[in-house]
Design a protein around this ligand. Sequence first.
Ligand code: SF4
Length: 295
Amino acid sequence: MFEEPQMNLFEPVAACSPAARLAPCGITLRETPCRSLLNRADISDYSFNCYTGCLHGCAYCYARFMQRFHPHDEPWGQFVDVKINAPTVLAKQLRHLPPGSVFACSACDGWQSIEQHYQLTRRCCQLLLAAGFALNVLTKSDLVLRDLDIFTGRPVTLGVTIAIPDENLASLWEPAASPVSARLHILKEARKAGLRTTLMFAPLLPHISDTPDSLLRLFQLAKDAHVDCIITDALNPRPRVWPSVQHLLQTHRPDLLPLYSDMLFHPARRKQYLADLDRRIAHAAAQTHLTDRLA
Ligand code: SF4
């Protein structure tokens, strides 16, 4: 039976207004109560998101589909809905749900900058761990290091995503995520804290981060970080992703537009691309002696 922790996790953390602070940057922030937080998921038994929207604003972000259910005039990366009652709702759900593994987070980065103010992801992680759930964390934000104190000694796997090893290109595609070097530092600290670590290379971008050289560089980073598990994924034609990727390529790499269009939308060429990519990934893993770490 789940018992609520002694500490009060539901108190607001500070009495200032992040909405007022973000407005001059053109970012809209809304505090909206939710009815349910923990959902059944494919990737783990459950997943949760304390925010709708993500200020990291990655050009390839698949979570854009959330705009269908939470319409906003602002582009992706320029709005966040804060599920202000998330810990209270989660605590109620935990009274009835059997423990399992939880993916944090599936449709936003739970450690995006506003989490520093709201601490909702942190408080939900505390509740889940106290209730005997295991956490599978994936982030691009070094704010997650704040929460090593609650993860240490608990069933937590801490992972980071890197799509592109080059810092300049990464900041173009993932404008507000932590630098690649900071993400690698997360893995180092997590390992020092005794946690299992994951490095996810996703999405691998054609002719940018899927080349043999780039893959070798990525796998070398994984080797240097001594990660327990490596996950890879290609760029996928998810809803609302293509216009954003197309816009970025038009501005910075118009020469790649036909290739991306083919790879995403021509079934036969996509099949061939994915088979070739698998071969290049397997080769880079073998060259770095990491084949056994590939998920
Ligand atoms: S960090 Fe993840 S959820 Fe946030 S914008 Fe980037 S891909 Fe989307």
